[in-house]
Design a protein around this ligand. Structure first.
Ligand SMILES: O=C(O)CCC(=O)C(=O)O
Ligand SMILES: [Fe+2]
Length: 269
């Protein structure tokens, strides 16, 4: 039996204002729970400019498709922006350096996404079912900073995540590094199943397992390609929502995790 998760009881630990996080605490929490929330972390001026560029990029899109990318943001802003500005803060930079200690990492992508509310926005993307990004993206460890442009989680679709250390998520999803089924799309053959059933997850981890943060523009969900997550939409959520996902990728599938604590006053050899 897996221990049940009570996401609500984790909130004081995993969900804090930017000024109440240190990079070390954020790193420790991210390793322990697979995710963390940093309130008011994104520079608001930059975020507004990125949002304006994204609106332009969507209006200029000639091909159908749900996303605009960093290259579209660059084009729409006359080369001034890419979207990475949203996470260019001392805290998040120091956090990334800790996550990827001992390996090379780089920018991966910026993706803007629009999820439909229950009324209207039919051309926008439907809410995404529960998944791991490593189903579709690469296995190399990828940090995902998810940032909405509107308030969401109450009246517009938010995000839901299963707060679990990434090796445990991997185990639950049946990832061992060996392929289970040939011929499936993307990386799906490496996992126990190609989708993740909400009821099965609840049976395993309990009714209260999902973290469903109510978000405001500037708040950031920090997660990875190794967390179970999806859109969170209830019948009350009438409005659509736009967000960006800012991703960084390492060379390895793993990150080093925690070093043993050095007790205060201890002298390192
Ligand atoms: O924005 C959403 O609802 C889903 C986002 C997602 O799957 C992701 O950021 O990887
Ligand atoms: Fe995802």
């Amino acid at each position: 039996m897996t221990p049940k998760i009570d996401a609500g009881s984790l909130v004081p630990t995993v969900d804090r204002r930017a000024e109440d996080w240190s990079a070390e605490e954020l790193h420790r929490t991210f390793i322990r729970y697979g995710c963390a929330i940093v309130r008011r972390a994104a520079p608001i001026q930059a975020l507004q400019e990125i949002e304006a560029a994204i609106l332009v990029a969507y209006s200029q899109k000639t091909e159908p498709g749900f996303h605009v990318y960093d290259s579209d943001i660059a084009e729409a802003s006359g080369g001034r922006l890419t979207g990475y500005e949203a996470v260019d803060t001392p805290l998040l930079r120091a956090f990334l350096a800790l996550v990827y200690e001992g390996q090379v990492y780089r920018r991966d992508s910026v993706t803007a996404r629009r999820i439909q509310g229950v009324e209207g926005n039919e051309a926008w993307q439907r809410p995404l079912g529960l998944h791991l990004d490593s189903h579709f993206h690469s296995f190399q460890f990828t940090v995902n900073f998810w940032i909405p442009f509107q308030e969401c989680g109450l009246e517009a679709p938010g995000l839901q995540l299963l707060p679990l250390a990434y090796p445990e998520t991997r185990r639950y999803c049946g990832y061992t590094g060996a392929i289970h089924r040939e011929g499936e799309k993307s990386n799906r053959g490496y996992f126990r199943t190609d989708y993740f059933d909400r009821d099965a997850i609840i049976k395993n981890f309990g009714e209260k397992a999902f973290l469903r943060p109510v978000m405001k523009p500037g708040d950031v969900v920090v997660s990875s390609n190794w967390i179970l997550h999806g859109s969170y939409r209830t019948p009350q959520m009438r409005n659509g929502r736009t967000n960006i996902e800012v991703r960084f990728i390492g060379d390895n599938i793993d990150v080093s995790g925690l070093r043993p604590e050095v007790s205060e006053g201890a002298v390192e050899a």
